[in-house]
Design a binder for this molecule. Structure first.
Ligand SMILES: NC(=O)c1ccc[n+]([C@@H]2O[C@H](COP(=O)([O-])OP(=O)(O)OC[C@H]3O[C@@H](n4cnc5c(N)ncnc54)[C@H](OP(=O)(O)O)[C@@H]3O)[C@@H](O)[C@H]2O)c1
Length: 221
């Protein structure tokens, strides 16, 4: 919700009336109430129309909270590709979502990882309420995946493929409970489910985040 595709160009909006109407339209189109709807990348609309405007975000969240209260959807959440501007806009008056969805995985920079943690804390989200998305940055064919072996992030990960290891590690970058991944291939989905048996090496994740942070501060790695 908040991302309105049009014939000429897509438009972002946090207008509460449009958001509420979009949930109603989704329920009509689906023929049932959606289990969960997400406010889509609110940072985008805030940047375009109302930089750092806490009230705009609060009213947008209130519209989705209202739609859940009215039973037009089961629950609502916030999905954010770049959560950096959002934590400072959250206060006691911000309606709190049931789910926060953030970018997850080895392609996510330290600024975004830290901002995702800060946003989860500001919203008072427990671990099971934070979901990850896009663990491969949209493609497993990107050259970067040939250059790294994500199995270093697993304990005894020899039995898993690189793709499986990257998926498993994404659950700790940042800490998330579920991940939205795209695939047109049922066998690929099966592989990813199989990866959940892998055990993440928390120390390796910690070191990786420290390295990323050091690099962002210009320290030699
Ligand atoms: N808020 C935002 O701005 C935003 C932006 C992007 C995405 N998202 C969310 O994130 C979700 C996932 O993102 P995404 O689909 O763009 O990226 P993704 O999940 O990072 O990557 C999808 C790619 O991974 C491949 N893949 C998956 N499992 C595989 C396997 N076992 N082996 C080999 N390749 C595999 C898929 O190819 P195959 O089809 O061949 O399996 C597909 O090309 C979306 O559904 C959306 O909800 C949100």
């Amino acid at each position: 919700m908040g991302y309105f595709p049009r014939a000429d160009r897509a438009e972002h909006s946090l207008d509460p009336t449009r958001l509420y109407g979009a949930v109603e339209e989704a329920a009509r189109n689906l023929g049932r109430e959606p289990d969960v709807v997400f406010l889509h990348n609110p940072e985008h609309s805030l940047q375009e129309a109302a930089p750092h405007n806490r009230d705009v975000l609060t009213l947008a969240c209130a519209a989705l909270a209202d739609s859940a209260r009215q039973g037009i959807c089961g629950a609502w959440g916030i999905a954010s590709w770049d959560p950096s501007p959002l934590p400072e806009l959250i206060d006691a008056t911000t309606p709190k979502p049931s789910v926060l969805m953030v970018r997850a995985g080895l392609l996510v920079g330290i600024r975004t990882l830290d901002a995702a943690d800060a946003l989860a804390e500001a919203l008072g989200m427990g671990g099971s309420m934070v979901w990850g998305m896009s663990p491969f940055g949209g493609s497993t064919d990107a050259p970067v995946w040939d250059r790294i072996d994500p199995r270093v992030f697993l304990r005894g990960g020899a039995g898993l493929s690189r793709v499986q290891a990257a998926f498993r590690a994404a659950y700790r970058l940042p800490q998330v409970d579920s991940i939205a991944v795209g695939t047109d291939e049922p066998a690929h989905l099966g592989e990813l489910i199989g990866a959940l048996a892998g055990e993440v090496d928390e120390q390796a994740i910690h070191q990786y985040r420290s390295l990323l942070r050091g690099r962002s501060h210009g320290q030699p790695v």
